[in-house]
Design a protein around this ligand. Structure first.
Ligand code: DI6
Ligand code: FE
Length: 399
């Protein structure tokens, strides 16, 4: 069989199950950017490759997937971090005009080029750790033009670097000052103006909202979901981060790809997610940075068979984190996830959280050839270390 490239003498974590799908002496073959074979060398057909790479026993995993980020934004909030260290709460800062609204101002003031420029170093940090697909949300523009500019910048990042970018429209992230006291009026603009226009332009792959005491109510969130559904876009939700608004159950009712955060998720929410096949995306960076104490109900999610994804939530306010490796370590240490859950959470289940499992997330024939090749003795090392990057090579679309 002919192929472009052959990675041989590798150990594989295919993520196809059972567990991590470990293969001791494995190979991956690609043709035209697609995997044509991944598995044990002894079961493989004989290949004639344009290029053969001896992996010298290194481990290959699917390229990592960061399925929840706010990578594109103006400015940063290091000063607010200082204020929080001095005792102010996130809610206090938000109500005093800081928080998401201060990032909104910096984002509105930035051109599309500036948004791309400022996001690239963050994206490069992820790429350096083997990320081959990243979700990027809007939600710091909060008016039609600025939201569109953010989404265009996000799409451009996918041209600037060899990485798959999935974009999510998060217009219902916070109330912009021009709509103060009129959340329903702002949601009307999101629903009547922004979603149809953004869908028409093809700028979003999904729609998200922030269902929270300091965000939007469940009924406002439902209006956003209706509009997204009408526009043919899948939905996701920031749910149960700071309080229980029953957002995850609502999202599940609408067939959401994922509900994210979930520290305050209750049993009914878990059951609704299990029924709908909605992925639980846990964000340990935000939990850590906000010094949360209430853990997401990991055991209940496990028991119910809800798939768990892990992501950085990279954002300037609650999770200025660009390391998927540290995210896995935090998932294990703070959320008590197993090594297997962490690795599946940042590959296979992250792909499912983006609705892209048919294309990426595992090493299988027919999927894109996105690989991370690691200088480790065992995949557990990828979760175990803190602040150390053992990436040997990253392959995107077969190169
Ligand atoms: N939840 C979060 O953790 C981020 N957005 C959200 O809805 C925080 C965004 C920020 O503070 O800038
Ligand atoms: Fe977020």
């Amino acid at each position: 069989m002919r192929c472009d490239r052959l990675w041989r003498n590798a150990r594989l974590a295919t993520m196809t199950g059972p567990g991590l799908g470990l293969v001791e002496i494995g190979l991956v073959a690609s043709r035209g950017g697609t995997i044509v074979h991944a598995g044990a060398e002894q079961d493989a057909p004989s290949f004639e490759a344009d290029e053969t790479i001896d992996c010298e026993g290194r481990w290959i995993t699917p390229g990592l997937i960061d399925c929840h980020t706010h990578l594109v934004h103006g400015g940063n909030r290091a000063r607010e971090f200082e204020m929080r260290l001095a005792g102010a709460s996130y809610e206090e800062i938000a109500r005093a005009g800081g928080g998401i609204v201060s990032t909104m101002q910096a984002t509105r003031a930035a051109s599309e080029d500036e948004l791309v420029e400022s996001a690239l170093p963050r994206l490069d940090a992820m790429i350096a750790e083997g990320v081959t697909a990243v979700e990027i949300k809007s939600g710091y523009g909060l008016d039609t033009d600025s939201e569109i500019r953010m989404l265009r910048a996000a799409r451009r990042l996918g041209d600037e670097r060899r990485i798959r970018v999935a974009t999510t429209f998060l217009g219902a992230h916070a109330l912009p000052p021009e709509h103060a006291g009129d959340a329903d009026g702002y949601i009307a603009r999101v629903v009547d103006e922004m979603i149809p226009e953004i869908a028409r332009l093809g700028l979003a792959d999904a729609v998200d909202a922030f269902c929270e005491g300091i965000g939007f109510t469940a009924s406002q969130t439902a209006r956003v979901f209706e509009a997204a559904t009408k526009a043919g876009l899948p939905i996701k939700l920031h749910a149960e981060q700071l309080s229980n608004q029953h957002g995850a159950a609502l999202a599940a009712e609408y067939g959401a790809l994922s509900a994210d955060h979930l520290e305050h998720l209750d049993e009914a929410g878990v059951a609704a997610m299990a029924r709908a096949g909605t992925v639980a995306t846990l964000l340990p960076g935000a939990f850590y940075f906000m010094r949360e104490t209430r853990l997401p109900p990991v055991e209940a999610l496990r028991t119910a068979g809800v798939k768990i994804a892990l992501a950085t939530d990279c954002n300037p306010g609650t999770s200025p984190l660009t390391s998927p490796l540290l995210t896995m370590n935090m998932g294990a240490t703070m959320f008590r996830l197993t090594v297997e859950e962490c690795l599946l959470g940042i590959t296979r289940h992250a792909a499912a959280a983006l609705g892209l499992l048919h294309e990426i997330g595992t090493l299988e024939a027919g999927k894109r050839c996105d690989l991370a090749i690691w200088d480790v003795e065992h995949p557990a090392e990828l979760v175990y270390r803190m602040g150390f990057n053992p990436l040997h090579a990253r392959i995107w679309s077969g190169r």
